[in-house]
Design a protein. Structure first.
Length: 201
């Protein structure tokens, strides 16, 4: 069990892109791919091996609704995946958002069925340490005279929760990470601990 990863590191640049991707299409859902490596980080005064997310790529042709998101354009999906293979970009996972009122920052049963359908369709999405990052996001109004900022981050169980203020609106965001593994004829999700590089300004 000592080789099982349980921590996911998100640097400030990746966090900015995740926030931007989720806010841009809100209240519809967003999705994209994650690149990263395994490396050591000092977390809570301990040196730990983590899965470090180095870059993200929002899917430009995704089909988005208020309650779901998928690849949409199949031809574009094939072109993108073939391109990533040819230039040898290692994908470590995906991300998507949940925008529905009452939604939580964890893969839904439909999300897990999606992974199964993609695997059965011949796309090898589930590697040894495949992760799904889930962004739960909701909007609320604020005083427009207040300064725009990112603030109020705190740990919510194993996830990170914070607020992004933009003019007269703000967004309550929770970012979680889940290790996706095959088990018999289905996939299961094990929650990892998200660590964010603060401050992001």
């Amino acid at each position: 069990m000592c080789n099982v990863l349980s921590d996911v590191w998100v640097n400030r640049w990746v966090l900015k892109l995740l926030i931007s991707s989720a806010v841009e299409v809100y209240p519809r859902e967003t999705m994209g791919l994650l690149w990263g490596v395994k490396e050591y980080k000092k977390l809570s005064r301990k040196r730990k091996r983590v899965l470090s997310v180095k870059a993200v790529y929002p899917i430009q042709t995704a089909r988005r609704t208020l309650t779901s998101v998928d690849w949409g354009n199949k031809s574009a999906k094939i072109r993108l995946l073939n391109t990533l293979r040819s230039i040898r970009v290692g994908i470590i996972g995906e991300f998507h958002s949940h925008t529905k009122v009452g939604a939580v920052a964890q893969p839904s049963s439909e999300d897990l069925r999606y992974y199964l359908r993609e695997s059965l369709a011949g796309r090898e999405i589930i590697g040894k340490d495949w992760i799904e990052m889930v962004i739960r996001i909701s909007e609320y109004k604020v005083d427009p005279s207040q300064k725009e900022s990112v603030y109020g981050n705190y740990r919510y169980r194993k996830a990170e929760r914070f607020h992004v203020r933009l003019s007269d609106k703000a967004y309550d965001i929770t970012l979680s990470a889940w290790f996706i593994k095959p088990k018999n004829d289905r996939f299961i999700a094990r929650q990892g601990t998200v660590w964010i590089e603060w401050p992001i300004a």
